[in-house]
Design a protein around this ligand. Structure first.
Ligand SMILES: CC(=O)SCCNC(=O)CCNC(=O)[C@H](O)C(C)(C)COP(=O)(O)OP(=O)(O)OC[C@H]1O[C@@H](n2cnc3c(N)ncnc32)[C@H](O)[C@@H]1OP(=O)(O)O
Ligand SMILES: CC(C)C(=O)C(=O)O
Length: 519
């Protein structure tokens, strides 16, 4: 049996299911390209039947990603499989992942079928998916709570129907490692055609055991692990990609297993996912938390200074955290910025140096020292700016204080026109948001969440504001970054406005195409 464990990333599907606001197609593509650089074997880009937006982003990812297999999810119904096949067929090679629940709880209460009907549906779906591709994965949803004799029957039938990857999800994170490992052992020993398929596992973290269960499964013969960056996903999340990858790498001599993950890309990918998904990573999170490589107590610090491996089982460099001794201030030039970005893993073609440098100088003048995080944030905002130009902030003035009615004046460029409005509010942010609403002149947009975070170090840290707003039944997320809290909030809201503008444009184009096609 191969010692290679395939890493199947589902950040953009299971991970995205857990977000308060869905990602834009551009944000999904950014994450997909980062996952490709990270070296994931397969990436599940979405659930194409679920919305036209998801269909489009899966298609865009399938078109752009070349070094990982792109996959889409489909229920065991023909319409879902058609949507998946049609979105993915722009790629030379792709995978359709179809699934059906096999536990009695799900079969009886959710699907309202019999066990035999479920086998027939699964077989039909797999055969149908094979019309589109030779690479078909079948998941026995809630396998962790499925009767093992029946699970063996389903798996055998699925392989006979043409599935070459069989996924065993612990959908509700119920099992414990010995129990979950035993499920895989049973399948390996009792399913006669099991050698014709790769066993995959997809664990949820409801009891904090997703990584442990996945590890138990690969020790028993599973050769694909489904996971997400930072462990995001439904409820308590999924198996964390960075943890499983670093277990395989750090304990390779014990386990005798490897993956294709380029571990030096982990840190950067984790930050991108956290930022775009508006999902902070807890500081003591293994591998990617800000404390994961910090040593706080004297005895530990003494040990690490004498020999790093006294308290470090892997180096920060191995996950892409570089030690940086260069101070970046407004006295720094373009060379140091370029050099630092290169050390952080960005190629010159990833960004516009002049634009990033101009933003860097502005920031350095305001806060003195600029840190890696700031620089990456500037880069991120530079990348976001390209198609966000419909609404632009031209002027902002806000006043607040004790016994003063907070007020704000905002000038926005809206397309070709500049519009200025003044409003009052409960505080300066509320006043500025009210002024922006007056510029919009309609009530379709409702801000439902406002999250303020400080990024960087000390009192001059940057303010990062995540704004979530509802617009025409959908949720949009925006991020704003500035040294001033009100400005960061306003930028976050403008980010949202630009995304709603793009969504409106896409809807209009679609309606027009449908009119032309006579739908
Ligand atoms: C364990 C997981 O994470 S599975 C993935 C979960 N992800 C998502 O659900 C996100 C995307 N989902 C969606 O956009 C929508 O739920 C859709 C488009 C898939 C379906 O929407 P709707 O048609 O309105 O159905 P709704 O979601 O309310 O109900 C699900 C239906 O699918 C059925 N179903 C559930 N799983 C499957 C399956 N694997 N195969 C076939 N049918 C299934 C349910 O029994 C229910 O059928 P019913 O309407 O006959 O009772
Ligand atoms: C669709 C399957 C793989 C899933 O997400 C689950 O069972 O948790």
């Amino acid at each position: 049996m191969t010692n290679q464990v395939k890493i199947f990333d589902t950040t953009l599907r299971d991970g995205e299911q857990a977000l308060l606001a869905s990602l834009s197609a551009k944000e999904k593509l950014q994450i997909a390209l980062a996952l490709e650089r990270l070296g994931v074997d397969i990436m599940e880009a979405g659930f194409p039947v679920s919305s036209p937006g998801d269909f489009n982003s899966v298609q865009m990812i399938a078109r752009e990603v070349k070094n990982s297999i792109v996959c889409g999810l489909a229920r065991a119904v023909e319409a879902d499989i058609d949507a998946c096949g049609n979105a993915l067929k722009v790629a030379d090679q792709f995978r359709i992942h179809t699934f059906l629940a096999t536990s009695d709880i799900h079969i009886e209460h959710k699907l309202r079928k019999t066990r035999d009907q479920v086998i027939d549906m699964a077989v039909g779906a797999i055969k149908y998916a094979r019309r589109y591709t030779d690479d078909v994965e079948f998941s026995c949803e809630d396998a962790g709570r499925t009767d093992i004799d029946y699970l063996c029957r389903v798996v055998e039938a699925a392989i006979n129907a043409g599935a070459n990857t069989i996924n065993i999800p612990d959908t509700v994170g119920y099992t414990i490692p010995t129990e979950f490992g035993n499920i895989v052992t049973n399948l390996m020993n009792r399913v006669p055609n099991i050698d014709k398929a790769t066993i995959s596992v997809h664990c949820h973290n409801d009891l904090g055991l997703a990584v442990a269960n996945s590890l138990a499964a690969v020790e028993q013969g599973a050769r694909q692990v489904e996971c997400t960056m930072n462990g995001i996903g439904e409820r308590a999340g999924n198996t964390s990609l960075e943890e499983i990858a670093m277990i395989l790498q750090t304990r390779e001599s014990l386990l005798g297993l490897k993956s294709n993950i380029n571990s030096t890309e982990i840190h950067r990918t984790s930050k991108l996912v956290s930022q775009l998904c508006n999902m902070p990573v807890q500081s003591n999170k293994a591998i990617v938390g800000t404390n994961a490589f910090s040593h706080s107590s004297g005895i530990h610090q003494d040990g690490v200074l004498k020999a790093q491996n006294t308290y470090e089982i892997m180096t920060p460099e191995s996950v892409g955290i570089n030690k940086n001794n260069l101070n970046m201030t407004s006295r720094s030039g373009r060379h140091v910025i370029k050099h630092r970005l290169e050390e952080l893993g960005y190629k010159p073609e990833d960004y516009d140096l002049e634009a990033v440098y101009a933003a860097f100088l502005e920031l350095a003048d305001k806060k003195g020292q600029v840190y890696d995080y700031d620089l990456e944030a500037l880069l991120f905002f530079d990348q976001q700016k390209h198609d966000s130009a419909h609404y632009q902030l031209k002027y902002l003035h806000a006043t607040s204080g004790r016994e003063i009615v907070p007020s704000a004046t905002v000038t926005l460029q809206v397309g070709e026109e500049e519009v200025t409005k003044t409003a009052i509010g409960n505080g300066p942010v509320d006043a500025a948001f009210n002024a922006i609403m007056e510029v919009l002149g309609h009530q379709d947009l409702v801000v439902v969440d406002f999250k303020l975070d400080s990024k960087g170090e000390g009192a001059d840290a940057l303010a990062q504001v995540g704004v979530i707003a509802e617009y025409k039944g959908r949720r949009f997320h925006g991020i704003g970054l500035a040294t001033d809290i009100v400005e960061a909030g306003v930028k976050g809201l403008i980010f949202v406005l630009n995304n709603t503008y793009i969504a409106d444009q896409i809807d209009q184009q679609k309606n027009q195409q449908e009119r032309v096609a006579g739908v």
